[in-house]
Design a binder for this molecule. Structure first.
Ligand code: PXP
Length: 238
């Protein structure tokens, strides 16, 4: 299982003062030096954290794999095709939300999403769809030609009662297995931290975890390279 680090919140901190520090591009480089196997950023339509300059420089400097999280809009699809990340992950995007709050409703947006997937794939970019651990959504992702899914782990991460945590975990395990059996690549992420990642890392059908907030937060205390290394140890089970 690979670990990709989402550096959006380095940019969030920069935007709090509107200057140039801290720089998400430098942060991405440090993450890679510490062993991260991919860098994820979300270019939002409102550019609230990562901006066009960041994406351009990330494309030039990331040496592992760049995963661009994005809404399926014409503007961002155009930017993705110019930028050519190793992966485009389509997510739902609402301006009022603090962060991505749930998976795409692939079933009800099939007509729209199929066009986005086609455009990106024609532009040479493999496409992942961020979905709930739900059979119908995963089957729909397969039907519209996605290469991968990213399973939303946010509900698992937010669950508190032991039974709820277990239920969400089983849903994620089942979803990952289904994704693999349909020939899809399987990523997972959202809300994963230093406590709840171990159980997800034990799911063999998951290829990659995308983790941001917990690692960037921990970096305040131990530094970014150490925060990445600690998470890598959990993901690799060592
Ligand atoms: N995956 C997706 C699709 C996301 O939108 C996010 C948040 O930007 C993440 C993973 C990472 O979530 P977190 O910052 O909670 O680790």
């Amino acid at each position: 299982m690979r670990l990709a680090i989402n550096i959006d919140h380095v940019a969030t901190l920069r935007q709090a003062r509107g200057g140039s520090e801290p720089d998400p591009v430098s942060a991405a480089h440090l993450c890679e030096l510490a062993g991260a196997e991919g860098i994820v950023c979300h270019l939002r339509e409102d550019r609230r954290h990562v901006n066009d300059r960041d994406l351009r420089l990330l494309r030039e400097t990331v040496q592992t794999r760049l995963d661009l999280e994005m809404a399926a809009t014409d503007e961002i699809i155009g930017i993705a095709i110019q930028t050519k990340p190793e992966l485009a992950t389509l997510v739902p995007e609402r301006r009022e939300e603090k962060t991505t709050e749930g998976g795409l409703d692939v079933r009800s947006q099939k007509n729209h999403l199929v066009q986005a997937v086609k455009a990106l794939k024609q532009g040479g970019i493999p496409v992942s769809l961020f979905v709930e651990p739900d059979r119908e959504q995963i089957e729909a992702a397969r039907e519209i030609g996605a290469d991968m899914i990213e399973i939303h782990t946010g509900h698992y991460a937010n669950a508190r009662a032991h039974r709820d945590v277990h239920e969400h975990l089983v849903r994620i395990q089942t979803a990952a297995k289904l994704g693999k059996s349909l020939g899809l690549g399987v990523n997972a992420g959202h809300g994963l931290n230093y406590v709840n990642t171990e159980a997800i890392a034990a799911i063999k059908d998951i290829d990659e975890l995308s983790i941001g907030h917990a690692v960037i937060s921990r970096a305040l205390y131990v530094g970014l390279p150490e925060a990445v290394r600690e998470m890598l140890r959990i993901v690799k089970g060592r």
